[in-house]
Design a protein around this ligand. Structure first.
Ligand SMILES: *[C@@H]1O[C@H](CO)[C@@H](O)[C@H](O)[C@H]1NC(C)=O
Ligand SMILES: *[C@@H]1O[C@H](CO)[C@@H](O)[C@H](O)[C@H]1NC(C)=O
Ligand SMILES: *[C@@H]1O[C@H](CO)[C@@H](O)[C@H](O)[C@H]1NC(C)=O
Ligand SMILES: *[C@@H]1O[C@H](CO)[C@@H](O)[C@H](O)[C@H]1NC(C)=O
Length: 469
């Protein structure tokens, strides 16, 4: 293997620097659930032969030049054993008891910071059966390595289809599932912004200065300092994509609108349950949008193709600020979906509600990367939750011939009490909630979201009244 000379390393992308700054450290947990007990005898060789070659950043550490705050990736020799952890729990317990061990374990790794002196990823192999899976693999990847699409693409390219291991996974086109109209619109809007903001940076500077007003303190937002260091509880729900499509088609909206609507209604139901009164507090969700001009995930081969390197690997994002509709203003549960649709449409065309890499670049110019990171931290802290959603494979996949039954991810480290993610896989949408332990009642939150889904499904597909004979 060739090592670059020190000083010649690739610079860390601006977004990568924000995600690993003195104020922010954000990582992604990707959880793979196996149908049979996971055999890890091949784990190290798989990592060496399949995972590491995907991107040089998986074998690099971040070094900083003290003088000008600039950070660079530096290739190092990877000691794989340091990156793989196989916890030991007591043996011969029931899946329900292992659930508890699992929850505590994941809560711990969510709170831990990745050590700075080796590449910023880890793998945890849990060999005990829980009520969800016979064995579980958790990838922990620092967000500075890349955005969700790059990292998910990297993970998926380590896997094959379960039916025929020699066939690599076909990657879903992001275009077809989110609806061609939306994708087109996102792209056009992004292109528009990229050209306008390069010339009008003074204008965007004024947008950044006029920060948005802080959300109210609610059962999902404590408003306290340092919530990013508190332990979280990770829980998940599964919805059928067919049922979500049923709602989508009836209401003529996008899948994203339906997901946002369910989460909005579920949030209000939860807050109402906790406070025992109608929920009308100011509550904003930051919805993560993909801004890269990519039609879908690329496979490993495409990713390491030098010509694709700039295009396929990135750390680009845009946040939309979406106010969660108030209970008093929504008479019909479907309003939560229509409101989501209306706001997403409107906000996409309004510069002030966008927080993009370009705007942050402007901020970086004025205040340096640490200043931009403080701004992102402030934006996250002032809002109540972040929602991000991604599309996963349609067919069943396998790792080293071991079939994967379930898949979800979580973003850890943002200064918020609640983070929601959604990932589709094999006709199911897995929604995961990262909620502050001891502050948010995860069971009640899940029940509220499930309830919201049922209410919206029923309201959009009312059973026709029986015709009088
Ligand atoms: C990120 O960067 C800061 C300083 O810029 C450093 O102190 C910290 O240890 C880094 N690593 C992680 C994983 O957050
Ligand atoms: C794990 O896999 C290896 C080779 O792939 C095999 O030799 C070994 O018997 C397997 N172990 C179990 C417990 O199935
Ligand atoms: C967050 O809210 C506080 C108080 O309302 C405000 O002073 C600050 O500028 C806000 N920050 C951002 C980044 O919106
Ligand atoms: C990738 O981007 C860098 C810096 O922006 C540039 O120097 C390099 O030529 C690009 N590589 C390709 C293959 O486009």
């Amino acid at each position: 293997m060739e090592f670059r000379e020190e000083g010649e390393g690739e610079p860390v992308s601006p977004t990568g620097q924000y995600f690993n700054s003195s104020i922010l450290s954000v990582a992604i947990l990707a959880v793979l659930e196996f149908e049979v007990p996971f055999n890890d005898s091949q784990a190290l060789s798989l990592l060496q032969d399949v995972f590491l070659p995907i991107n040089p950043r998986f074998s690099s550490i971040m070094i900083s030049d003290k003088a000008d705050q600039k950070k660079q990736w530096k290739r190092v020799e990877v000691k794989l054993e340091d990156h793989v952890r196989v916890p030991i729990f007591p043996s011969n317990m029931s899946p329900e008891s292992y659930d508890e061990y699992f929850d505590n374990y994941i809560s711990n790794i969510a709170a831990e910071r990745l050590p700075q002196n080796r590449p910023l990823w880890e793998i945890h192999i849990l060999k005990y059966p829980t009520s969800h899976a016979a064995g579980t693999l958790i990838f922990k990847l620092h967000h500075a390595l890349g955005d969700g699409y790059s990292l998910m693409g990297a993970l998926l390219s380590c896997l094959q289809t379960a039916q025929n291991p020699s066939v690599p996974l076909t990657f879903p086109s992001l275009k077809s599932s989110s609806g061609p109209k939306t994708t087109h619109m996102t792209k056009t809007v992004s292109q528009f912004f990229s050209s306008v903001f390069q010339t009008l940076s003074d204008f965007s500077w004024s947008i950044l200065k006029s920060s948005f007003v802080e959300d109210d303190r609610t059962p999902i937002r404590s408003g306290e300092d340092g919530v990013e260091f508190r332990p979280i509880t990770l829980s998940t729900l599964t919805f059928s994509i067919d049922e979500i499509k049923l709602i989508k088609n009836k209401l003529r909206v996008t899948i994203n609108d339906v997901i946002a609507g369910i989460i909005f209604l579920g949030t209000r139901i939860y807050m109402q349950e906790v406070t025992q009164k109608s929920s009308n507090e100011r509550c904003t969700a930051l919805v993560l949008l993909r801004t890269r001009n990519m039609e879908g995930y690329l496979s490993t081969k495409e990713m390491i193709e030098p010509n694709n390197a700039n295009m396929s690997w990135g750390n680009q994002f845009a946040f939309l600020h979406l106010p969660v509709p108030k209970s008093s203003e929504t008479l019909n549960p479907l309003d939560f979906v229509w409101e989501a649709q209306k706001m997403i449409k409107k906000k996409k065309s309004s510069a002030a509600s966008y927080l993009t890499s370009w705007l942050l670049d402007v901020l970086k110019k004025f205040r340096g990367p640490e200043g931009a990171a403080r701004y992102i931290h402030g934006t996250l802290k002032n809002s109540s939750m972040t929602i991000s959603n991604m599309i996963g494979p349609v067919e069943k996949m396998a790792l080293d011939n071991q079939p994967v039954g379930g898949l979800y991810f979580m973003v850890v480290g943002p200064p918020q009490c609640l983070t929601v993610t959604a990932l589709s896989y094999m006709g199911k949408l897995r929604v995961a909630f990262g909620a502050e332990k001891g502050f948010i009642d995860s069971q009640k939150l899940k029940a509220s979201m499930q309830n919201a889904f049922g209410i919206i499904l029923e309201a959009s597909n009312p059973i026709p009244p029986a015709k009088a004979a």
